[in-house]
Design a protein around this ligand. Structure first.
Ligand SMILES: Cc1cc2nc3c(=O)[nH]c(=O)nc-3n(C[C@H](O)[C@H](O)[C@H](O)COP(=O)(O)OP(=O)(O)OC[C@H]3O[C@@H](n4cnc5c(N)ncnc54)[C@H](O)[C@@H]3O)c2cc1C
Length: 423
Protein backbone atom coordinates (compact mmCIF):
# COMPACT_ATOMS: atom_id res chain seq x y z
CA UNK A 1 0.00 0.00 0.00
CA UNK A 2 1.43 3.40 -0.86
CA UNK A 3 0.93 6.55 1.17
CA UNK A 4 1.53 10.29 0.89
CA UNK A 5 5.15 9.94 -0.18
CA UNK A 6 6.06 10.02 -3.87
CA UNK A 7 9.41 8.42 -3.06
CA UNK A 8 7.58 5.35 -1.76
CA UNK A 9 5.80 4.84 -5.09
CA UNK A 10 7.00 1.59 -6.60
CA UNK A 11 9.15 2.26 -9.69
CA UNK A 12 8.04 0.55 -12.88
CA UNK A 13 11.04 -0.54 -14.99
CA UNK A 14 12.39 -3.46 -16.92
CA UNK A 15 14.21 -4.61 -13.77
CA UNK A 16 11.12 -4.41 -11.53
CA UNK A 17 9.22 -6.38 -14.18
CA UNK A 18 11.91 -9.07 -14.19
CA UNK A 19 12.11 -9.09 -10.36
CA UNK A 20 8.35 -9.46 -10.00
CA UNK A 21 8.26 -12.22 -12.60
CA UNK A 22 10.29 -14.31 -10.14
CA UNK A 23 7.45 -14.03 -7.59
CA UNK A 24 4.67 -14.73 -10.13
CA UNK A 25 3.84 -10.99 -10.17
CA UNK A 26 2.27 -11.23 -6.72
CA UNK A 27 4.51 -8.58 -5.16
CA UNK A 28 3.28 -5.48 -7.00
CA UNK A 29 1.97 -2.62 -4.87
CA UNK A 30 -1.60 -1.54 -5.42
CA UNK A 31 -1.51 1.40 -7.83
CA UNK A 32 -3.74 3.52 -5.56
CA UNK A 33 -5.42 3.11 -2.18
CA UNK A 34 -9.12 2.85 -1.33
CA UNK A 35 -9.15 4.74 1.99
CA UNK A 36 -12.28 5.43 4.06
CA UNK A 37 -14.12 8.62 3.10
CA UNK A 38 -13.31 11.39 5.61
CA UNK A 39 -15.91 13.99 6.66
CA UNK A 40 -13.84 16.92 5.33
CA UNK A 41 -11.06 17.87 2.94
CA UNK A 42 -9.35 21.06 1.80
CA UNK A 43 -10.48 20.40 -1.76
CA UNK A 44 -13.08 18.03 -3.19
CA UNK A 45 -12.72 17.39 -6.93
CA UNK A 46 -15.83 15.91 -8.52
CA UNK A 47 -14.98 13.51 -11.36
CA UNK A 48 -12.03 11.13 -11.64
CA UNK A 49 -11.49 11.46 -15.36
CA UNK A 50 -8.20 12.61 -16.80
CA UNK A 51 -8.91 16.25 -15.91
CA UNK A 52 -9.91 15.63 -12.29
CA UNK A 53 -6.94 13.35 -11.67
CA UNK A 54 -4.43 15.62 -13.41
CA UNK A 55 -5.77 18.54 -11.35
CA UNK A 56 -5.36 16.55 -8.13
CA UNK A 57 -1.80 15.61 -9.09
CA UNK A 58 -0.83 19.23 -9.81
CA UNK A 59 -2.54 20.50 -6.64
CA UNK A 60 -0.36 18.17 -4.59
CA UNK A 61 2.81 18.55 -6.63
CA UNK A 62 3.01 22.28 -7.33
CA UNK A 63 0.91 23.70 -4.50
CA UNK A 64 1.42 21.21 -1.66
CA UNK A 65 -2.36 20.76 -1.35
CA UNK A 66 -2.79 17.04 -0.75
CA UNK A 67 -5.78 16.90 1.61
CA UNK A 68 -7.82 16.33 -1.52
CA UNK A 69 -10.60 13.86 -2.34
CA UNK A 70 -11.41 13.02 -5.93
CA UNK A 71 -15.00 11.78 -5.89
CA UNK A 72 -16.17 9.63 -8.78
CA UNK A 73 -19.65 8.19 -9.33
CA UNK A 74 -18.37 5.29 -11.45
CA UNK A 75 -14.82 4.05 -11.73
CA UNK A 76 -11.81 6.25 -12.34
CA UNK A 77 -11.11 6.97 -15.99
CA UNK A 78 -14.46 5.40 -16.95
CA UNK A 79 -16.09 8.55 -18.41
CA UNK A 80 -15.15 10.26 -21.65
CA UNK A 81 -11.51 9.58 -20.83
CA UNK A 82 -12.33 5.94 -21.64
CA UNK A 83 -14.47 6.76 -24.67
CA UNK A 84 -12.23 9.03 -26.68
CA UNK A 85 -10.08 8.35 -29.72
CA UNK A 86 -6.95 9.70 -27.98
CA UNK A 87 -5.65 12.15 -30.58
CA UNK A 88 -3.39 14.91 -29.32
CA UNK A 89 -2.62 18.07 -31.30
CA UNK A 90 -2.08 21.80 -30.97
CA UNK A 91 -3.28 23.07 -34.38
CA UNK A 92 -5.63 25.76 -33.11
CA UNK A 93 -6.39 29.25 -34.40
CA UNK A 94 -6.45 31.67 -31.46
CA UNK A 95 -3.16 32.69 -29.82
CA UNK A 96 -4.25 31.51 -26.36
CA UNK A 97 -5.53 28.19 -27.70
CA UNK A 98 -2.31 27.48 -29.61
CA UNK A 99 -0.11 28.29 -26.59
CA UNK A 100 -2.33 26.28 -24.22
CA UNK A 101 -2.36 23.16 -26.39
CA UNK A 102 1.31 23.45 -27.31
CA UNK A 103 2.18 23.26 -23.61
CA UNK A 104 -0.12 20.24 -23.30
CA UNK A 105 1.66 18.43 -26.13
CA UNK A 106 5.02 19.20 -24.51
CA UNK A 107 3.77 17.88 -21.15
CA UNK A 108 2.50 14.74 -22.91
CA UNK A 109 5.93 14.22 -24.49
CA UNK A 110 7.43 13.95 -20.97
CA UNK A 111 4.50 12.29 -19.18
CA UNK A 112 5.64 8.65 -19.23
CA UNK A 113 8.94 9.69 -17.68
CA UNK A 114 7.43 12.17 -15.22
CA UNK A 115 4.82 9.74 -13.90
CA UNK A 116 6.92 6.58 -14.39
CA UNK A 117 4.11 4.99 -16.38
CA UNK A 118 4.15 4.04 -20.04
CA UNK A 119 1.26 5.94 -21.62
CA UNK A 120 2.18 4.56 -25.09
CA UNK A 121 2.72 8.08 -26.43
CA UNK A 122 3.17 7.90 -30.19
CA UNK A 123 3.98 11.16 -31.97
CA UNK A 124 3.14 9.95 -35.46
CA UNK A 125 1.93 13.32 -36.87
CA UNK A 126 -1.51 14.37 -38.07
CA UNK A 127 -2.46 15.30 -41.62
CA UNK A 128 -5.51 17.47 -42.29
CA UNK A 129 -6.75 16.60 -45.76
CA UNK A 130 -8.08 19.67 -47.59
CA UNK A 131 -10.98 19.12 -50.03
CA UNK A 132 -12.36 22.63 -50.57
CA UNK A 133 -10.89 26.06 -51.21
CA UNK A 134 -12.71 27.46 -48.19
CA UNK A 135 -10.97 24.94 -45.93
CA UNK A 136 -7.66 25.65 -47.68
CA UNK A 137 -8.01 29.35 -46.80
CA UNK A 138 -9.10 28.52 -43.26
CA UNK A 139 -6.19 26.16 -42.57
CA UNK A 140 -3.57 28.40 -44.19
CA UNK A 141 -4.75 31.17 -41.87
CA UNK A 142 -4.39 28.72 -39.00
CA UNK A 143 -0.86 27.80 -40.09
CA UNK A 144 0.17 31.48 -40.14
CA UNK A 145 -1.26 31.99 -36.65
CA UNK A 146 0.58 28.89 -35.43
CA UNK A 147 3.86 30.02 -37.00
CA UNK A 148 3.95 32.80 -34.38
CA UNK A 149 3.94 30.29 -31.54
CA UNK A 150 6.02 27.26 -32.49
CA UNK A 151 3.98 24.18 -33.39
CA UNK A 152 4.36 23.30 -37.06
CA UNK A 153 1.51 23.16 -39.57
CA UNK A 154 2.85 22.90 -43.11
CA UNK A 155 0.99 22.84 -46.41
CA UNK A 156 1.82 19.71 -48.41
CA UNK A 157 0.95 18.79 -51.99
CA UNK A 158 -1.35 16.03 -53.20
CA UNK A 159 1.69 14.00 -54.30
CA UNK A 160 3.15 14.32 -50.82
CA UNK A 161 -0.24 13.30 -49.36
CA UNK A 162 -0.23 10.15 -51.47
CA UNK A 163 3.34 9.39 -50.41
CA UNK A 164 2.52 9.75 -46.71
CA UNK A 165 -0.86 7.97 -46.88
CA UNK A 166 -0.39 5.17 -49.43
CA UNK A 167 -3.56 3.47 -48.17
CA UNK A 168 -5.68 6.13 -49.90
CA UNK A 169 -7.34 5.32 -53.21
CA UNK A 170 -6.21 6.85 -56.52
CA UNK A 171 -8.54 9.83 -55.76
CA UNK A 172 -9.31 10.48 -59.44
CA UNK A 173 -13.05 9.90 -59.11
CA UNK A 174 -13.75 11.01 -55.53
CA UNK A 175 -16.54 13.55 -55.05
CA UNK A 176 -14.21 16.10 -53.44
CA UNK A 177 -10.65 15.37 -54.62
CA UNK A 178 -7.99 16.53 -52.12
CA UNK A 179 -6.33 19.86 -52.94
CA UNK A 180 -3.48 19.36 -50.50
CA UNK A 181 -2.96 18.75 -46.84
CA UNK A 182 -1.67 20.32 -43.66
CA UNK A 183 1.01 18.37 -41.86
CA UNK A 184 1.13 18.75 -38.07
CA UNK A 185 4.21 16.81 -36.94
CA UNK A 186 3.35 17.23 -33.23
CA UNK A 187 0.09 15.26 -33.72
CA UNK A 188 0.14 12.20 -31.46
CA UNK A 189 -1.79 9.42 -29.75
CA UNK A 190 -1.54 8.02 -26.21
CA UNK A 191 -3.26 5.20 -24.41
CA UNK A 192 -6.25 6.84 -22.68
CA UNK A 193 -6.58 4.42 -19.73
CA UNK A 194 -2.88 4.75 -19.02
CA UNK A 195 -3.19 8.53 -18.83
CA UNK A 196 -5.93 8.28 -16.17
CA UNK A 197 -4.18 5.49 -14.27
CA UNK A 198 -0.79 7.22 -14.31
CA UNK A 199 -2.21 10.44 -12.85
CA UNK A 200 -4.25 8.47 -10.31
CA UNK A 201 -1.18 6.57 -9.10
CA UNK A 202 0.98 9.70 -8.91
CA UNK A 203 -1.72 11.75 -7.15
CA UNK A 204 -2.35 8.94 -4.66
CA UNK A 205 1.37 8.74 -3.93
CA UNK A 206 1.22 12.41 -2.92
CA UNK A 207 -1.63 11.82 -0.49
CA UNK A 208 -4.68 12.49 -2.66
CA UNK A 209 -7.62 10.15 -1.96
CA UNK A 210 -9.68 8.71 -4.80
CA UNK A 211 -13.22 7.60 -3.91
CA UNK A 212 -14.89 5.59 -6.65
CA UNK A 213 -18.60 4.67 -6.71
CA UNK A 214 -19.41 7.87 -4.83
CA UNK A 215 -21.90 10.14 -6.57
CA UNK A 216 -22.25 13.84 -5.84
CA UNK A 217 -25.98 14.51 -5.59
CA UNK A 218 -25.96 18.11 -4.33
CA UNK A 219 -24.02 20.84 -2.57
CA UNK A 220 -24.02 22.41 0.88
CA UNK A 221 -23.75 26.15 1.45
CA UNK A 222 -22.87 28.60 4.19
CA UNK A 223 -25.22 31.44 5.16
CA UNK A 224 -23.23 33.81 2.87
CA UNK A 225 -23.86 31.53 -0.11
CA UNK A 226 -20.34 30.04 -0.31
CA UNK A 227 -20.11 26.33 -1.04
CA UNK A 228 -19.09 24.29 2.02
CA UNK A 229 -19.15 20.76 0.65
CA UNK A 230 -20.96 18.15 -1.38
CA UNK A 231 -23.80 15.75 -0.70
CA UNK A 232 -23.06 12.24 -1.87
CA UNK A 233 -24.70 8.82 -1.80
CA UNK A 234 -22.29 8.12 1.10
CA UNK A 235 -23.16 11.25 3.10
CA UNK A 236 -22.08 14.87 3.25
CA UNK A 237 -18.40 15.67 2.67
CA UNK A 238 -17.25 19.13 3.76
CA UNK A 239 -14.68 20.96 1.66
CA UNK A 240 -12.86 24.29 1.70
CA UNK A 241 -13.18 24.35 -2.08
CA UNK A 242 -15.16 22.26 -4.57
CA UNK A 243 -13.89 21.77 -8.12
CA UNK A 244 -16.07 20.20 -10.82
CA UNK A 245 -14.34 18.09 -13.49
CA UNK A 246 -17.42 16.26 -14.67
CA UNK A 247 -17.14 16.76 -18.47
CA UNK A 248 -20.43 15.86 -20.23
CA UNK A 249 -22.33 15.84 -16.91
CA UNK A 250 -21.39 19.37 -15.86
CA UNK A 251 -24.56 21.19 -16.87
CA UNK A 252 -26.83 19.03 -14.73
CA UNK A 253 -24.34 18.66 -11.84
CA UNK A 254 -23.88 22.43 -11.58
CA UNK A 255 -27.65 22.92 -11.90
CA UNK A 256 -27.87 21.37 -8.41
CA UNK A 257 -26.01 24.47 -7.22
CA UNK A 258 -28.51 26.66 -9.08
CA UNK A 259 -26.13 27.65 -11.90
CA UNK A 260 -26.66 27.50 -15.65
CA UNK A 261 -23.59 27.49 -17.91
CA UNK A 262 -23.37 28.38 -21.62
CA UNK A 263 -22.88 24.75 -22.66
CA UNK A 264 -24.43 22.50 -25.24
CA UNK A 265 -24.35 18.70 -24.88
CA UNK A 266 -24.10 16.38 -27.87
CA UNK A 267 -23.29 12.77 -28.57
CA UNK A 268 -19.92 12.16 -30.22
CA UNK A 269 -19.40 8.70 -31.61
CA UNK A 270 -16.45 6.59 -32.66
CA UNK A 271 -15.90 3.05 -33.85
CA UNK A 272 -13.12 0.58 -34.55
CA UNK A 273 -12.62 -2.01 -37.26
CA UNK A 274 -11.28 -5.50 -36.96
CA UNK A 275 -7.47 -5.48 -36.59
CA UNK A 276 -5.39 -5.48 -39.76
CA UNK A 277 -1.66 -5.31 -40.51
CA UNK A 278 -0.05 -1.84 -40.30
CA UNK A 279 -1.54 0.28 -43.08
CA UNK A 280 -1.71 3.92 -41.85
CA UNK A 281 1.09 5.37 -39.74
CA UNK A 282 -0.29 8.93 -39.40
CA UNK A 283 -3.54 10.37 -38.06
CA UNK A 284 -5.66 11.38 -41.05
CA UNK A 285 -8.25 14.07 -40.47
CA UNK A 286 -10.70 15.19 -43.18
CA UNK A 287 -12.46 18.33 -41.93
CA UNK A 288 -14.46 18.89 -45.12
CA UNK A 289 -16.31 15.58 -44.94
CA UNK A 290 -16.23 15.02 -41.17
CA UNK A 291 -13.99 11.99 -40.79
CA UNK A 292 -10.79 11.02 -39.03
CA UNK A 293 -8.99 7.70 -39.04
CA UNK A 294 -5.85 6.25 -37.50
CA UNK A 295 -4.56 2.81 -36.64
CA UNK A 296 -4.21 1.62 -33.06
CA UNK A 297 -1.27 -0.40 -31.77
CA UNK A 298 -3.56 -3.45 -31.89
CA UNK A 299 -4.13 -2.91 -35.63
CA UNK A 300 -7.73 -1.70 -35.40
CA UNK A 301 -8.67 1.34 -37.45
CA UNK A 302 -10.00 3.96 -35.03
CA UNK A 303 -12.61 6.06 -36.83
CA UNK A 304 -14.59 9.11 -35.80
CA UNK A 305 -16.45 12.11 -37.15
CA UNK A 306 -18.33 15.18 -35.95
CA UNK A 307 -20.93 15.36 -33.21
CA UNK A 308 -24.53 14.33 -33.77
CA UNK A 309 -26.55 17.27 -35.14
CA UNK A 310 -28.90 17.63 -32.16
CA UNK A 311 -28.23 18.33 -28.47
CA UNK A 312 -28.69 15.19 -26.40
CA UNK A 313 -27.37 13.24 -23.41
CA UNK A 314 -27.65 9.95 -25.27
CA UNK A 315 -24.39 8.04 -25.66
CA UNK A 316 -25.06 5.78 -28.60
CA UNK A 317 -25.33 5.51 -32.35
CA UNK A 318 -27.06 8.21 -34.37
CA UNK A 319 -27.24 6.23 -37.56
CA UNK A 320 -27.21 9.16 -40.01
CA UNK A 321 -23.93 10.46 -38.55
CA UNK A 322 -22.44 6.99 -38.57
CA UNK A 323 -23.47 6.49 -42.21
CA UNK A 324 -21.95 9.85 -43.27
CA UNK A 325 -18.63 8.97 -41.67
CA UNK A 326 -18.51 5.50 -43.24
CA UNK A 327 -19.47 6.88 -46.67
CA UNK A 328 -16.58 9.37 -46.51
CA UNK A 329 -14.22 6.67 -45.32
CA UNK A 330 -14.89 4.25 -48.17
CA UNK A 331 -14.78 7.01 -50.73
CA UNK A 332 -11.27 8.09 -49.72
CA UNK A 333 -10.08 4.60 -48.77
CA UNK A 334 -11.99 2.18 -51.06
CA UNK A 335 -9.87 -0.73 -49.83
CA UNK A 336 -11.50 -0.43 -46.38
CA UNK A 337 -14.88 -1.32 -47.89
CA UNK A 338 -14.72 -4.95 -46.78
CA UNK A 339 -13.48 -4.29 -43.25
CA UNK A 340 -15.76 -5.47 -40.45
CA UNK A 341 -16.60 -3.00 -37.71
CA UNK A 342 -15.94 -4.41 -34.26
CA UNK A 343 -17.29 -1.83 -31.84
CA UNK A 344 -19.19 1.45 -31.90
CA UNK A 345 -19.80 3.78 -28.98
CA UNK A 346 -20.69 7.37 -28.13
CA UNK A 347 -20.02 9.85 -25.37
CA UNK A 348 -21.93 12.94 -24.24
CA UNK A 349 -19.59 15.88 -24.65
CA UNK A 350 -20.34 19.38 -23.46
CA UNK A 351 -18.85 22.34 -25.21
CA UNK A 352 -19.18 26.07 -24.78
CA UNK A 353 -20.88 28.20 -27.41
CA UNK A 354 -17.45 29.36 -28.65
CA UNK A 355 -15.98 25.80 -28.51
CA UNK A 356 -13.18 26.90 -26.14
CA UNK A 357 -12.72 25.44 -22.67
CA UNK A 358 -14.01 26.92 -19.43
CA UNK A 359 -11.58 26.89 -16.49
CA UNK A 360 -13.15 29.24 -14.03
CA UNK A 361 -14.36 30.31 -10.64
CA UNK A 362 -18.15 30.63 -10.54
CA UNK A 363 -20.58 33.11 -8.97
CA UNK A 364 -20.68 30.81 -5.93
CA UNK A 365 -17.62 31.43 -3.73
CA UNK A 366 -15.50 28.28 -3.43
CA UNK A 367 -17.09 26.52 -6.42
CA UNK A 368 -14.89 26.07 -9.52
CA UNK A 369 -15.51 24.48 -12.87
CA UNK A 370 -13.40 22.97 -15.65
CA UNK A 371 -15.54 22.01 -18.62
CA UNK A 372 -16.27 22.67 -22.28
CA UNK A 373 -13.77 20.00 -23.28
CA UNK A 374 -14.83 19.43 -26.86
CA UNK A 375 -11.63 17.48 -27.56
CA UNK A 376 -10.27 17.53 -24.08
CA UNK A 377 -8.15 14.39 -23.95
CA UNK A 378 -5.32 16.35 -25.53
CA UNK A 379 -5.69 19.01 -22.83
CA UNK A 380 -5.53 16.75 -19.76
CA UNK A 381 -1.95 17.68 -18.72
CA UNK A 382 -2.29 21.44 -19.20
CA UNK A 383 -5.94 21.45 -18.06
CA UNK A 384 -4.91 19.93 -14.73
CA UNK A 385 -1.92 22.23 -14.38
CA UNK A 386 -3.93 25.41 -14.93
CA UNK A 387 -7.05 24.33 -13.01
CA UNK A 388 -4.92 23.41 -9.99
CA UNK A 389 -3.32 26.86 -10.14
CA UNK A 390 -6.74 28.54 -10.12
CA UNK A 391 -8.02 26.43 -7.22
CA UNK A 392 -4.88 26.85 -5.11
CA UNK A 393 -4.15 30.54 -5.71
CA UNK A 394 -7.55 31.97 -6.61
CA UNK A 395 -5.94 33.49 -9.71
CA UNK A 396 -6.18 32.15 -13.27
CA UNK A 397 -3.01 30.59 -14.61
CA UNK A 398 -1.38 32.86 -17.25
CA UNK A 399 -2.03 30.18 -19.89
CA UNK A 400 -5.74 30.01 -19.09
CA UNK A 401 -6.68 33.60 -18.19
CA UNK A 402 -8.94 33.86 -21.24
CA UNK A 403 -10.93 30.73 -20.40
CA UNK A 404 -12.98 32.23 -17.55
CA UNK A 405 -16.77 32.42 -17.55
CA UNK A 406 -16.50 36.22 -17.57
CA UNK A 407 -15.73 36.07 -21.31
CA UNK A 408 -19.39 35.37 -22.03
CA UNK A 409 -20.51 38.45 -20.11
CA UNK A 410 -17.85 40.63 -21.72
CA UNK A 411 -18.42 39.17 -25.23
CA UNK A 412 -14.74 38.15 -25.37
CA UNK A 413 -15.50 34.88 -27.14
CA UNK A 414 -12.69 32.61 -28.27
CA UNK A 415 -14.27 31.08 -31.33
CA UNK A 416 -12.59 27.82 -32.30
CA UNK A 417 -13.94 25.15 -34.63
CA UNK A 418 -13.49 21.44 -34.05
CA UNK A 419 -11.19 19.72 -36.52
CA UNK A 420 -14.01 17.88 -38.24
CA UNK A 421 -17.06 19.42 -39.86
CA UNK A 422 -19.47 21.31 -37.59
CA UNK A 423 -23.14 21.14 -38.31
C1 LIG B 1 -16.19 9.42 -29.05
C2 LIG B 1 -15.28 10.47 -28.48
C3 LIG B 1 -14.06 10.71 -29.09
C4 LIG B 1 -13.21 11.67 -28.57
N1 LIG B 1 -12.00 11.85 -29.16
C5 LIG B 1 -11.12 12.73 -28.66
C6 LIG B 1 -9.83 12.87 -29.24
O1 LIG B 1 -9.48 12.16 -30.18
N2 LIG B 1 -8.98 13.79 -28.71
C7 LIG B 1 -9.33 14.57 -27.65
O2 LIG B 1 -8.54 15.40 -27.23
N3 LIG B 1 -10.55 14.45 -27.06
C8 LIG B 1 -11.45 13.55 -27.54
N4 LIG B 1 -12.69 13.40 -26.95
C9 LIG B 1 -13.07 14.25 -25.82
C10 LIG B 1 -12.47 13.73 -24.51
O3 LIG B 1 -12.84 12.39 -24.30
C11 LIG B 1 -12.95 14.54 -23.32
O4 LIG B 1 -12.86 15.92 -23.60
C12 LIG B 1 -12.11 14.24 -22.09
O5 LIG B 1 -12.05 12.87 -21.84
C13 LIG B 1 -12.72 14.93 -20.92
O6 LIG B 1 -12.04 14.47 -19.76
P1 LIG B 1 -12.67 14.70 -18.36
O7 LIG B 1 -11.73 14.18 -17.34
O8 LIG B 1 -13.09 16.10 -18.25
O9 LIG B 1 -14.02 13.85 -18.43
P2 LIG B 1 -14.43 12.35 -18.04
O10 LIG B 1 -13.36 11.37 -18.36
O11 LIG B 1 -15.79 12.12 -18.62
O12 LIG B 1 -14.52 12.45 -16.46
C14 LIG B 1 -15.62 13.03 -15.80
C15 LIG B 1 -15.98 12.10 -14.67
O13 LIG B 1 -16.94 12.75 -13.84
C16 LIG B 1 -17.75 11.73 -13.30
N5 LIG B 1 -18.98 12.32 -12.78
C17 LIG B 1 -19.95 12.92 -13.49
N6 LIG B 1 -20.95 13.31 -12.68
C18 LIG B 1 -20.59 12.97 -11.42
C19 LIG B 1 -21.20 13.10 -10.15
N7 LIG B 1 -22.40 13.67 -10.00
N8 LIG B 1 -20.53 12.62 -9.05
C20 LIG B 1 -19.30 12.04 -9.19
N9 LIG B 1 -18.70 11.87 -10.38
C21 LIG B 1 -19.32 12.34 -11.49
C22 LIG B 1 -17.98 10.78 -14.48
O14 LIG B 1 -18.37 9.50 -14.07
C23 LIG B 1 -16.60 10.81 -15.17
O15 LIG B 1 -15.79 9.71 -14.79
C24 LIG B 1 -13.58 12.44 -27.43
C25 LIG B 1 -14.81 12.19 -26.81
C26 LIG B 1 -15.65 11.21 -27.31
C27 LIG B 1 -16.94 10.94 -26.63
Amino acid sequence: MIGPDPEAMQRYSFFSLARNALSQHEGWQRAWRSPPLKPDYDVVIVGAGGHGLSTAYHLAKEHGVSNVAVIEKGWLGGGNTARNTHTIRSNYLRDVSIRFHDVSVKLYEQLSRELNYNILFSQRSMIDLIQSWGKMRDLRRRSLAMALHGPAYQLITVDELKRRIPAMGDLSDVRLPPLGGMLHPEGAMARHDAVAWSYARAADARGVEIHQHTEVTGFTFAANGAVTGVETNRGVVRAGKVALATAGNTSHVIAKAGLNLPLVTRNLQAFVSEPVKPIIDVIVNCPDVGLYVMQSDKGELVIGGGTDPIPSYRQGCHFATFEDVVASLVELFPRFRNLKMLRQWGGAIEFAYDASPIISATDIPGLHVSTGWYGGFKSIPVGGLTYAHLIATGQPHPLAGSFGLDRFRGLRFLLEAGTVAQR
